[in-house]
Design a protein around this ligand. Structure first.
Ligand code: AHR
Length: 521
């Protein structure tokens, strides 16, 4: 803490500013754009699990078909059918975990439709996402092949809504049983003698909604039943990690109902919460009001994480259940023309979206002790995607602003998150997080204000710094984005940072995300 301000004053001023945040911005005339941050290097929160940077891919719009998968005979450059640029960009980013095949699609998916010779696979109607005919050319083997190519841990979402325990238990055996059973032999005959060793298994998706419109008590009964058969599929050293369908946002009624209906030894390993930050505008037509409203929702997600964690911990051994933010990100109003041309839920990612992504990733660092995994929705061409293509036939593939926001957070992976104090913890205040290992400290700062440039003084307690570099993602226009014509409008740039042994000083322009890598002295 600086000598001119005691700890108590700092906290008191923080409370005062939080109250101030309830009043529309501008009322105080923004007397100062200076912001102070204190990083307590010895106050450890927990491991920044790489899985906080997971992704989600669904048979929806052009996420899988045309996005990830163009087919082996496509004229679009591909590696065994996988779009080459998608593979290259994702490899560079690193995708710790990838969830598939849905979403709503998962509870209408029957895995046997997606194995064996592609030409003989049945054609089904995708009832959730536009009623197109799904030819199942991308199935389990193709998904696992993609995960192997980009280095992601596969996470399969099983069908509870219209499936059975037998169907899902057989899927696990098909994937994980080493050899000798008919299902393992079938996998080998389909080209994969080696088991897939899939660890993560979702037991239904949004069972309160598109996954069966169940009451929590009903879902708890089903989960127990499925669990008996799935848990016993402990094959080849891989014990299935079962993820139960958790709440929509902070729905405590659902979470309590499910948890009350579980017996302690039958509880899930993971609990999947979905938290979308909806927007009232189309992606490139946000206004100050709709922007502030959407970015403020990230604070609600943080509160939901804290409260859902506390709720789970209130149950016997509830603290051993991993809380998973399984679908998150900005969900804007769609543009029908774009959906027609490029696929359902195709959504541009602007500077605003990138700020949103960074607010989310800062939250995951700050709540590292409460979370197990977080998967942004979705990977390519759907909602807050990291990559965009111009439809399933299009040759262009661009990295979105969200891709670059994720890039900025990559150095936090596998480090230890430490506590950070800011003067203003209101939803649109300066957002900060930090992590460390023996060699460096990583600090991420987000300015979510469209109308205020900040300059930031970061004081580091209990660690000495030697040197620092920083990178910034910034555009003063919140509706600016990377397009097929201008794919590199918003990318990472080096950013000046002044460092002394215990302090960092830098500018944080309106709508910017900065990550500082500081070598420890
Ligand atoms: O990500 C799009 C949809 O949002 C998913 O299918 C569903 O799980 C959620 O409602």
């Amino acid at each position: 803490m600086s000598s001119s301000m005691s700890r108590r004053q700092f906290t008191a001023s923080s409370a005062a500013l939080s109250l101030a945040s309830l009043i529309p911005s501008g009322v105080f005339g923004e007397a100062s754009n200076s912001r102070r941050v204190v990083i307590r290097a010895n106050s450890e929160i927990g491991l920044v699990r790489p899985e906080f940077h997971g992704q989600f891919s669904e048979h929806l719009g052009s996420c899988v078909y045309g996005g990830i998968w163009v087919g082996k005979n496509s004229s679009i450059p591909n590696i065994n059918g996988y779009r080459k640029e998608v593979v290259d960009y994702l490899r560079e980013l690193g995708v710790p975990v990838l969830r598939w095949p849905g979403g709503c699609f998962a509870d209408d998916y029957h895995w046997r439709d997606g194995i064996g010779p592609a030409a003989q696979r049945p054609k089904r109607v995708n009832i959730h996402w536009g009623g197109y005919v799904e030819d199942n050319s991308f199935g389990t083997h193709e998904f696992i092949g993609f995960c192997r190519l980009i280095g992601a841990e596969p996470y399969l979402a099983g069908n509870v809504g219209s499936g059975s325990p037998a169907e899902m238990r057989q899927w696990i055996e098909y994937c994980n049983y080493p050899s000798g059973s008919s299902l393992a032999e079938e996998r080998a005959a389909n080209g994969s003698p080696e088991p897939f060793r899939v660890r993560y298994w979702g037991v239904g998706n949004e069972s309160w909604g598109c996954g069966g419109a169940m009451d929590p008590e009903e879902y708890a009964d089903l989960f127990r039943r499925f669990g008996v058969y799935l848990r016993a599929c402990h094959f080849g050293g891989a014990r299935p990690f079962l993820v139960a369908s958790g709440p929509n946002r902070n729905d405590a009624r659902w979470s309590r109902g499910v948890m009350d209906g579980m017996r302690p030894h039958m509880r899930p390993d993971g609990f999947s919460m979905h938290y979308y930050e909806n927007g009232a505008s189309t992606p490139t037509e946000f206004t100050p009001e709709t922007l502030n409203a959407q970015l403020s929702r990230f604070a609600d997600m943080e509160q939901a994480i804290v409260q859902q964690r506390a709720l789970l911990n209130g149950y016997d051994h509830g603290d051993s259940i991993g809380l998973i933010v399984d679908e998150w990100g900005v969900w804007d109003r769609m543009i029908p023309e774009q959906e027609k041309n490029y696929g359902r839920l195709w959504q541009q990612s602007t500077m605003r979206s990138a700020v949103g992504a960074a607010l989310g990733l800062n939250i995951f660092n700050r709540q590292a002790d409460k979370l197990f995994m977080c998967n942004i929705a979705q990977m390519v061409n759907v909602l807050q995607s990291l990559l965009l293509t111009d439809g399933s036939e299009g040759r262009h593939c661009i990295r979105t602003t969200t891709y670059y926001a994720f890039m900025l957070f990559k150095p936090h992976r596998s480090k230890t998150a430490v506590r950070v104090e800011t003067e203003d913890s209101s939803p649109l205040g300066l957002s900060a997080s930090a992590s460390k290992d023996d060699r460096e400290m990583i600090i991420s700062l987000v300015n979510p204000r469209y109308d205020l440039d900040m300059n930031v003084n970061c004081r580091i307690e209990d660690a000495r710094l030697r040197q620092a570099t920083a990178q910034i993602l910034h555009d003063a226009d919140y509706n600016a984005c990377n397009t097929f014509d201008h794919p590199d409008r918003i990318t990472l740039k080096d950013h000046p940072v002044h460092v002394t042994t215990a302090e960092l000083q830098l500018d944080l322009p309106r709508l910017s995300v900065v990550t500082i890598r500081a070598a420890r002295g």
